[in-house]
Design a protein around this ligand. Structure first.
Ligand SMILES: [Zn+2]
Length: 306
């Protein structure tokens, strides 16, 4: 992240030449009733903005007394992506009424700058990280389950249902559709930028700093249920002969009854975990604005029968 941290808020950022040309006398040319505020968005929040507004302070004109949340969303940034809003250096919450001449700095969720002394817009972080994924993120859901995370996903889930599940079960929504995250009911969400499922996993693990939360091999990849340890004699009849000879430890999904053991699949998972931990040591490739709106390829999976 190129942003130097909370201190940057105190800087008098140059006003960008993006929108209307600002000048000391510009106030005289305003339409009656129009007010103006300066906005600056930090780090990945810039992905939601048009190029000319990224990484700079820009002027925004408005009427009446809108909440800062509504104005920020009208600029294209979903409120779920935001963790901290400073207005003239003071932290404010989403309901704060934007006033004429305000300088507003907006910081993302999971931003690594140290803002601890300032109040955040969110009451408390979610204690246990749980997810609900949009229908087009099926392969990411399976990867997260491999790492032991509770990741609800159904290929044909409607937006209403995803938002409802997230609110009722305190789950973080993962989606590539920022429209879903703009719903008022949604409090925790993250818009996935990468298109490739494996890279999506790295992105999410990094962004939410989940490296210490891995608990692999405990969840059914198909159902998301926690696996139960079973005795070999209880499953031996269903095992292929080679597995019966070579393995003694088994787990079973209580829902689909699928049996798991430390076979080749298990070794692939181990490799995934060690690759991710290696990834942690690598500096993150940020600063690139990225393609904010590209839909990317879909990896919607067919619904599997158990
Ligand atoms: Zn299962």
């Amino acid at each position: 992240m190129g942003d130097p941290g909370a201190g940057a808020v105190l800087e008098d950022d140059a006003v960008s030449a993006s929108g209307r040309a600002p000048s000391p006398s510009a106030g005289a040319t305003r339409a009656p009733g129009m007010k103006r505020a300066h906005f600056r968005f930090y780090a990945e929040l810039n992905d939601f903005l048009p190029r000319a507004r990224r990484g700079v302070t820009f002027l925004h004109e408005f009427r009446g007394g809108p909440s800062v949340k509504d104005v920020i969303e009208s600029l294209g940034v979903p409120h779920t992506e935001i963790d901290l809003i400073l207005a003239d250096g003071e932290s404010v919450d989403f309901s704060w009424i934007l006033r004429d001449g305000a300088r507003v700095s907006v910081y993302p969720v999971f931003e690594s700058i140290d803002v601890a002394p300032l109040a955040r817009v969110r009451p408390a972080p979610l204690r246990e990280v749980r997810f609900v994924l949009d229908g087009h993120l099926g392969r990411l859901a399976r990867y997260l389950r491999m790492l032991g995370f509770d990741a609800r996903w159904r290929a044909d889930a409607a937006d209403d249902e995803i938002a409802g599940v997230a609110a009722a079960e305190h789950r973080i929504i993962l989606t590539r559709d920022s429209g879903l995250l703009k719903r008022r009911i949604v409090t925790h969400g993250y818009r996935v930028r990468e298109a490739d499922p494996r890279r999506q996993l790295v992105e999410v693990v990094r962004r939410l700093d989940l490296f210490r939360a891995f608990a692999p091999f405990r969840r059914c990849l198909r159902c998301n249920d926690l696996l139960e340890t079973v005795r070999k004699e209880d499953v031996v009849a269903d095992l292929p002969p080679r597995v019966r000879e070579r393995h003694d430890a088994f787990r079973r999904c209580p829902s689909c009854r699928r049996v798991y053991w430390a076979g080749s699949h298990h070794r692939r998972m181990e490799r995934l975990v060690s690759d991710l931990l290696a990834e942690r040591a690598r500096p993150s490739a940020e600063g690139a604005a990225g393609d904010a709106g590209a839909p990317g390829h879909e990896d919607r999976e067919p619904r599997r029968g158990a």
